[in-house]
Design a binder for this molecule. Structure first.
Ligand code: KIV
Ligand code: NA
Length: 264
């Protein structure tokens, strides 16, 4: 089959169909998600933390995310692959934003990019859309602004909710094809979803959005601590830990390798 496109995503909203999105950072896990039918994969700058071990998404660079993005594209045949633009790669203006976004498409094969923010990134969104690059927006808890927020907390309560609504409408008008709503009150996320004709993708935004996204290591139980909005669908850390412990014990006891694992 062919790749999912932004037109398919738009059509899903018209049909009122909800869809799942996951992050991915390497070829093998991306292939599992692709085979499972996840239509959109995000190479999140969350890879800064869950892959590269930084303590926030702030330090990660385009050069670090490009190879992860390329790996996800190479590992998949059906999913639309969205590359997350890291902090510092688009804030300085539309020209640098376009130059960096172009790298994700040309050098890594991404099909769309994502960036954080509302009003302040409209010129960047417009420049990319004009250049033919599909843009996914991201409002609410935008982790690249953690230093300004003073931590990871719910955004868009009270008056800030009206600003978020205005930002969402402005992003749609600028040509964004979807908008992530992270860690916002469910009532607000639902209101924004009804107000927009482009799909909303919730993470900690309740059940009223058109789509949902989670960091795969969170939903699969690899990350040690997760937010309230995460549902843990597996205990991958536990499975890996016992596999490794068993392997280690087998090596020490001499049970591995057995004759069938050797060449003669
Ligand atoms: O980087 C990321 O994983 C994200 C999603 C959680 C939306 O931005
Ligand atoms: Na991100």
């Amino acid at each position: 089959g062919r790749r999912v496109t932004v037109r398919d995503i738009a059509a899903a909203k018209e049909r009122g169909e909800k869809w799942p999105m996951l992050t991915a950072y390497d070829a093998l896990t991306a292939r599992v998600f692709d085979d499972a039918g996840i239509p959109v994969l995000l190479v999140g700058d969350s890879g800064a933390m869950v892959v590269l071990g930084y303590d926030s998404t702030v330090p990660v660079t385009v050069d670090e995310l490009l190879p992860l993005t390329a790996a996800v594209v190479r590992g998949t045949s059906r999913a639309l692959v969205v590359a997350d633009m890291p902090f510092g790669s688009y804030q300085t203006g539309p020209e640098e934003a376009l130059r960096n976004a172009t790298r994700f498409l040309k050098e890594a094969g991404a099909h769309a990019i994502k960036l954080e923010g509302g009003e302040r990134v409209l010129p960047q969104v417009e420049a990319m859309v004009a250049a033919g690059i599909p843009v996914m927006a991201h409002l609410g808890l935008t982790p690249q602004s953690v230093n300004a927020f003073g931590g990871y907390r719910v955004q868009g309560r009270g008056e800030a909710g009206e600003r978020l609504m205005a930002d969402a409408k402005a992003l749609e008008a600028a040509g964004a094809f979807a908008v992530v709503l992270e860690c916002v009150p469910a009532e607000l996320a639902e209101r924004v979803t009804r107000a927009l004709s482009i799909p909303t993708i919730g993470i900690g935004g309740g059940a009223g959005t058109d789509a949902q996204v989670l960091v795969w290591q969170d939903m699969a139980g690899l990350t040690p601590h997760t937010a309230k909005f995460v549902k843990k669908y597996a205990d991958v850390a536990g499975v890996l830990r016992s596999a490794v412990q068993e392997y280690a014990a087998d090596v020490v006891s001499g049970a591995f390798p057995a004759p069938e694992h050797a060449y003669h």
